[in-house]
Design a protein around this ligand. Sequence first.
Ligand code: WT7
Length: 654
Amino acid sequence: MSEEAINYPVPDAAMKGAHVSGMPAYLKLVAEADVDLGAYWARLAREFVSWKTPFTQSLDESGAPFFKWFEDGTLNASYNCLDRHVERGRGDKVAILFEADDGQVSRVTYSDLLARTCRLANALKARGVKKGDRVVIYMSMSVEGVVAMQACARIGATHSVVFGGFSAQSLRDRIAGAGAVMVITADEQLRGGKQLPLKAIVEEAMTLGGCESIKDVIVYRRTGGQIAWDASRDRWMHEETEKQGDTCEPEWVGAEHPLFLLYTSGSTGKPKGVQHSTGGYLVQAAVSTTWTFDLRDEDVFWCTADIGWVTGHTYITYGPLAIGATQVVFEGVPTYPDAGRFWKMIQDHKVSVFYTAPTAIRSLIKAAEASEAVHPRSYDLTSLRILGSVGEPINPAAWEWYHQHVGGGRCPIVDTFWQTETGGHMITPLPGATPLVPGSCTLPFPGIAAAVVDETGNDVPHGQGGLLVVKKPWPGMIRNIWGDPERFKVSYFPPELKGYYLAGDGSIRDAKTGYFTITGRIDDVLNVSGHRMGTMEIESALVSCTALVAEAAVVGRPDETTGETICAFIVLKGPRPTGDEARKIATELRNWVAKEIGPIAKPKDIRFGDNLPKTRSGKIMRRLLRSIAKDEAITQDTSTLENPAVLEQLMERN
Ligand code: WT7
């Protein structure tokens, strides 16, 4: 590895006592996995997870790409996250430091969390929820949200958490797709001082049809706000749980039993239900939480993600709890009551390992530059030891600021590349071992066979861009797309790629260091503020507004703060609008998309044309649209364009 490319060598303090300490230790793990992948993960599976019945086989490739891990082992995820810490005398350790939107703090110990999980698990059983049933969780950030997930895991029910920002229509699709028997929700959520509906949206979803499988809706009372009530179906969580005992024998499940589904966007069609296992997933979660964040017993960990995304699954609900850590769970938003909220919370709770998204960092940089009071230097952040980044590429300028102003120049930054499908970190520095380069997620997690290949699956030389793949299976990998094994195969294991897992991102490795840089999605998937969305999904939402829209094409436009923004090109059924009329219709269409998918999918930029730029064969020229969205000069060959005049129209902003 060459010296000059490495800007940040591993600080001595970070190396000292680290779980993986120094580059030789990292390379030793990589070599161990290289020699015998199955044996390597089996060793970790025994070290990090407690099994009811030990497994006798590690990796089973016979049904590739439907890989199986530790298949004849049995375990329970909730037992691993809760009971075993209590049994080891750690019951009084704080599991969750919860800070509410209004700043109120509560502490939940491992014993408390176990009792609360058991009571809810008993309540679910009393309502008839059985092993293998699907339960949709539509909740804001709360202890109850984590408890709901743990309670499902405890009884072997498969949870499917739906982010609280998704619309009734999206919720309906996910309920119907999973065939869920129950929804767990809250009356309302509190974010940034505002009360936002949850139960009302569940209500609306139920009226849309397709939710007939739902027998009960369990409602956590958060705000006490007015909500509609259907006595035949709705039950208060506190009433259901107060009559239950606080012990519940875990349901021991096979390692491959589906722990959860999580719907995520692809390049085509409706969102897909990514299916994760219990055993392999938990191994990946526990090992990566330990090594990537180098978590020690005395650490206070804070992952700012929402439980509605995979980051909140692996690095809130499962990873930190599986290893008995203390973590902060936050209900609110980074800018309320002001943009110093994160820094104040780090100071107040003495957070030592902090994990957030580049979008949040970039927006807080802006705020800090405008007001000293919310600048990190106005707070005592000396408790911090390690910083993390996730969800999108972090640009070097934001990286440097995060390093200097939040980490005081002392704290390694782990830029973790992974996906809903991978279950845990794929490419990431280990803080005590990997020298850092801003903007690079550096090297694969030990045991992850990440590589950059061409369209035929052959390695490309370092320094040359290509497709990011993973050549060998890993325990936390996606097991299936719920109900659609064909789509699973074609999406992730295309035949031309030699059976490798296709991530859907482009990547390039540094010619000297071999470090990976992610260059962005190679498919029609957008990343807006770390939220993943399919262009096709937004297009379908737009054209479903049949009263107005004839045709729609959606592309991403690079954005300094949010990474990308959504830009929609629309052909209306009526004449092309201009001026106030265009702005009015644009607002209507934004609200339409918010209703169809959720506010996060609203196109920021909407432009109207008499037509879309198409080739003579009728294909929409998306690359051209991407240039127009960026206000770039058109360099593409437009000679094949059927209707060149529309370009002028589409360049006009509203
Ligand atoms: C997509 C996955 C990972 C959990 C949260 C998002 C992008 C994620 C990074 C990173 C560059 C990143 C990729 C990936 N991405 N982390 N550190 N550097 N890009 O999970 O919603 O499944 O999105 O997020 O494009 O494919 P997700």
